[in-house]
Design a protein around this ligand. Structure first.
Ligand code: NAD
Length: 477
């Protein structure tokens, strides 16, 4: 270690983790990376010691101090009480951006899409992954999809900064805002607002279903894709698969003060200890880490040596497909032997520092005027809708009036269709024609419902923001 070495936290992981991590550290060091690795315990052994997060207090301390985590895959034990390390680290340390490059290395790694070279940037903290789920009734469970303006803003800004720093030309945002107008609509709207600060980057939007189909069919057409958490999760796996190289795919999780770099694959216990595991995914993640800590020249040098190894036909058994397979250690030596060389056919890598922190130069959005204009009362009811409506009408008290009942989002009162299939979960909307109502009136309504023996599960207040409804209107309104 020399004086300028940057401390990083390293976890060897489980299964093939220790062998591929040691191989990668060997290559990074030979390639001129200036790193001071601090080894921490992680994974199976730590869970067995009773740390439900899979990480020891010393591990957390190191990680919070270095702010850079180079992590080999870990085996997630089956069974209750065990939390996924990735989810815990991501959430605890605010790693809001998942960056997944997916490139083809044709003809040296077989793929149907030789020109593919895209990066997926996935929002990592919000959306359906907040993990807030409830069972409401016999029939119905719910998962809350939370999307925030600051969350959208920092991922959108990170995506634009990333694209600019990497010389990328276009960002395609993918959402389902034709259906989820408020949540996905906000994600798209903020993408377009932030995009105004980046006129040098081309920008477009696709509905996620057609976007995912296009990624599967014609990934060459994409440059950077930005997506909310769930869609980003799915589309990253599609892209890695069609690149022909799930085993080669790296991943970075970036936060304001901390970042984590790892391979996309798991701990592969079936091949552990056999010297056949491919270190490439973890190595490419290590190169993202070097770019992140400002050592882009070393990253490019190592990347080029790795590309030369591919061109020379070197590969672990999973990559070989018709070529001579070598063991993981021999592959590692082969990469080191080629340091200083440039690839002849594959595109050479360049030093390109990545943005390290979310850059926000937007002033906070001006406060909007919020007014409460009604309430949706959710009721567990196993009878017919007309009887329910009559019992709810009996609860009316000025200014609140029963306006609508829906079942799984379909209007069933007034003027529902007998064909609509109903479950035991009813959304009953009370409003005052769009005028403000006091919160006390909502509380009083729930009291009357309880006194009338109606089993309400929850209420959702209906609010307007600067006069615009902040709630879906429901069918028939
Ligand atoms: P896996 O990715 O470990 O293995 C899937 C297949 O790919 C196996 O046949 C394996 O031999 C092969 N493979 C994986 N990595 C390889 C490599 N570097 N070189 C050659 N072949 C490789 O997925 P899995 O079997 O579903 O999961 C095993 C364990 O890993 C589970 O406990 C899972 O929870 C965990 N996991 C961890 C992470 C992580 O730490 N980020 C990610 C995914 C899975």
């Amino acid at each position: 270690m020399n004086e300028t070495a940057i401390p990083i936290t390293v976890a060897l992981g489980d299964g093939v983790g220790p062998e591929i991590m040691q191989a990668c550290l060997r290559i990074l060091e030979a390639g001129g990376a200036r790193l001071a690795p601090e080894l921490i315990e992680l994974g199976e052994a730590v869970w067995r010691q009773g740390h439900s997060s899979g990480m020891t207090p010393e591990g957390w301390e190191s990680l919070r101090r270095t702010g850079v985590f180079y992590k080999a895959p870990v085996t997630t034990p089956q069974g209750g009480g065990v939390k996924s390390i990735n989810v815990t680290v991501r959430k605890s340390l605010g790693l809001f951006a998942n960056v997944r490059p997916c490139a083809a290395y044709a003809p040296f790694v077989p793929t149907r899409h030789p020109g593919m070279d895209l990066v997926i940037i996935r929002e990592n903290e919000e959306d359906l992954y907040a993990g807030i789920e409830h069972r409401h009734t016999q029939d119905v469970v719910q998962c809350l999809k939370l999307v925030s303006r600051p969350g959208c803003e920092r991922i959108a800004r990170y995506a634009f900064e990333f694209a600019r720093s990497q010389g990328r030309k276009r960002i395609t945002c993918m959402t389902k805002d034709n259906i989820m107008k408020l949540t996905d609509g906000l994600f798209r709207q903020v993408f377009e607002e932030v995009g105004q600060d980046y006129p040098d980057i081309a920008q477009d939007h696709m509905i996620i279903d057609i976007g995912a189909a296009r990624v599967a069919d014609n990934p060459e057409a994409f440059d950077v894709i930005l997506a909310p958490n769930l869609y980003g999760d799915i589309i990253s796996d599609i892209a890695a698969q069609v690149a022909g190289s799930v085993g080669l795919a790296p991943s970075a999780n970036i936060g304001a003060r901390c970042a984590m770099f790892e391979a996309v694959h798991g701990s592969a216990p079936d091949i552990a200890g056999q010297d056949i595991a491919n270190p490439s995914g973890l190595l490419l993640a290590g190169l993202m880490m070097l770019n992140h800590v400002g050592q882009g020249a070393a990253a490019a040098r190592i990347h080029n040596a790795w590309l030369c190894a591919l061109e020379d036909g070197l590969g672990t058994p999973d990559m070989a497909r018709g070529r001579t397979a070598v063991g993981a250690q021999a592959f590692t030596d082969g990469v080191i032997d080629r340091l200083g060389r440039a690839p002849q056919r594959l595109k050479p890598a360049q030093a390109r520092p990545t943005p390290t922190a979310p850059i926000s130069n937007h002033a906070p959005a001006p406060r909007v005027e919020k007014t409460t204009v009604g309430v949706d009362l959710f009721i567990d009811w196993r009878g017919d809708v007309e009887t329910l409506a009559a019992r709810l009408k009996a609860l009316e008290q000025r200014p609140l009036e029963l306006r609508m009942i829906t079942n799984r989002g379909v209007k069933v009162w007034p003027e529902g269709l007998p064909e609509t299939f109903c479950v035991d979960h009813w959304r009953c909307r009370f409003m005052n024609g769009g005028s403000p109502i006091p919160l006390r009136d909502i509380a009083a309504l729930t009291l009357r419902a309880a006194d009338a023996g109606l089993d309400f599960i929850k209420t959702e207040n209906l609010c307007a923001f600067d006069g615009a409804p902040g709630f879906s209107l429901g069918q028939g309104q």
